[in-house]
Structure formats: C-alpha cells, structure tokens
Ligand binder design. Structure first.
Ligand SMILES: Nc1ncnc2c1ncn2[C@@H]1O[C@H](COP(=O)(O)OP(=O)(O)OP(=O)(O)O)[C@@H](O)[C@H]1O
Ligand SMILES: [Mg+2]
Length: 239
C-alpha cells in the first residue's frame, strides 16, 4: 500500500442529498445538497421559510432518511447503518436544540437534562445525576436542578435544553431556531452560551436561524433557497 497523506474524513459530509415528501405525488424539497463540515465549525443556516432548512437538519441529525444521496459521519455512510446503529450514532455524536425546547414539563430540570443518557442506555443513576449537575453548572442553572421544568422562564428553559444537548459531549450540536421564541436579550445570552461551548469544548454547531444578527456572529453562513445551497461563505477571521 502506498503511503497516504492526511486523508482523515470531514466530521460530517452530505453528498448529493435529496429529499422528497408525499406518497402518490412526490415533491422534492432538497435537490442535491453537497456540503462538508469540519470539527469545531460554528455555522449558520439561513434562508426563506419553506426553503428546506429544517428538512436538511433532520437529515443531518439522522432523524429522517434521505430519498437519495448520503450523509457521512466521520467518513461512514449512514445509509448503510441499521436502526440500532443509527440510534447509537445519534446518541453518541449528535445533540439537538429546538425552537420550542421540548422539555417534559412535569419532570424536574435534572430529569430532563439526563434524558439523553437514559435513552443511550446508561442505567447508573449516580453517574447520570453527576453529569446532569455538571451540565447545569455550565449553563448557570445549578440552583434550579430540582425545580419542575415548567416553573422556569423561557430563557432558563432554553438553557436547560442546551445543557441536555451537551450532557453526553456530542461532537455536533444541531439547533433549529434555538432562540426563535426568546426576546432579544435572552436570545443574545443563549447564543453566547453556544459560542462559549464551541470555543471551550470544540463542539461543532449548525444553527438554523432567521435572525440576521445571529448569522452575522457565526463563522460560516450557508444560505438555502428552494432546496439548494444558494451561497456558502466564511466570515473573515478576526472580523
Ligand atoms: N413532513 C413533511 N411532509 C410533507 N412536506 C413537508 C414535510 N416537512 C416539510 N415539508 C415541506 O418541505 C418544504 C421545506 O420545509 P422545511 O420545514 O424544511 O422549511 P424551513 O426552511 O425549515 O422553513 P421555516 O423557516 O418556515 O422553518 C416546505 O414546502 C414544507 O411544506
Ligand atoms: Mg424550519
């Protein structure tokens, strides 16, 4: 075998990704997306309503299967994986933050935060609670650990959602309008928190946003229009 130089695959790669919805009448929503994301990237995904941003994020998050094309995680084609392998990969590699945080209101903050650990099969309550405590300390909500989720403000709930996404130290966090339902001051603090995790832990972020101020503060901005990549640009370093 000839010696090869560094050919380590990108953290995440999309190859000619297509997605159609509908049974009898199929409508293609994503028309052949090619993108690649490296470790530690902090990227905004912008574009008009209905352009396919959430559909794209769902394919990347392995929440839904593409109609054709590939999603590769660390060079591995995910379409070849079984449901069980997909669940493991989702659990280990990906974290999710949504616009409406999807906390379970009747559970405490701690119980919500450690949910990904339960789902990934961890059964040691002590270990899980320690991890939850650490994650809550990261987002400044340690003192709310035993409060019911529905007793928190919107901004606090979104910080809990971030703690939950971070608890298993995923390589990639996918956020679909994470600050969409927050006032601008709270949105700023939630955004800063994601920025800090990106800097301190090297977590890769892909953030769908309608907020131009937020997109401006990302390192790379991808614009989706009518299911294609209309532009993909990097902000100058230090700018
Ligand atoms: N489950 C589904 N079944 C059928 N059509 C869908 C489904 N999900 C999305 N679509 C359609 O796909 C297109 C893209 O939707 P998508 O939710 O990805 O847009 P978006 O860019 O996230 O929009 P928004 O900014 O409003 O959230 C839309 O025309 C939508 O109606
Ligand atoms: Mg959307």
């Amino acid at each position: 075998m000839p010696e090869v130089e560094d050919t380590s695959p990108p953290l995440l790669e999309l190859r000619d990704l297509r997605k159609s919805y509908g049974d009898k009448i199929k409508t293609e929503v994503l028309h052949g997306i090619n993108l690649s994301f490296g470790s530690g990237e902090f990227t905004a995904i912008i574009g008009p309503s209905g352009s396919g941003k959430s559909t794209l994020l769902n394919q990347i998050g392995l929440l839904d299967r593409p109609t054709s094309g590939s999603v590769l995680v660390q060079g591995k084609k995910t379409e070849d994986l079984s449901e069980e392998e997909l669940t493991t990969l989702r659990g280990r590699t990906l974290g999710f933050i949504f616009q409406f945080h999807h906390l379970i209101s009747a559970l405490t903050v701690t119980e919500n935060v450690l949910m990904p650990l339960w789902l990934s099969g961890l059964r040691d309550r002590e270990v899980a609670e320690k991890a939850a405590k650490e994650a809550l300390a990261h987002v400044g909500l340690e003192e709310k650990a035993h409060v019911r989720a529905d007793e928190l403000s919107g901004g606090q709930q979104q910080r809990v959602a971030i703690a939950r996404a971070l608890i298993h130290h995923p390589a990639i966090i996918l956020a679909d309008e994470p600050t969409g339902n927050l006032d601008s001051k709270t949105a700023d603090s939630v955004f800063s928190l994601m920025r800090r995790f990106n800097a301190e832990l090297g977590t890769t972020f892909l953030i769908v946003t309608h907020d131009p101020r937020m997109a401006e503060r990302c390192d790379r901005v991808i614009r989706i229009e009518d299911g294609v990549v209309a532009s993909d640009s990097w902000r100058p370093k230090g700018g």
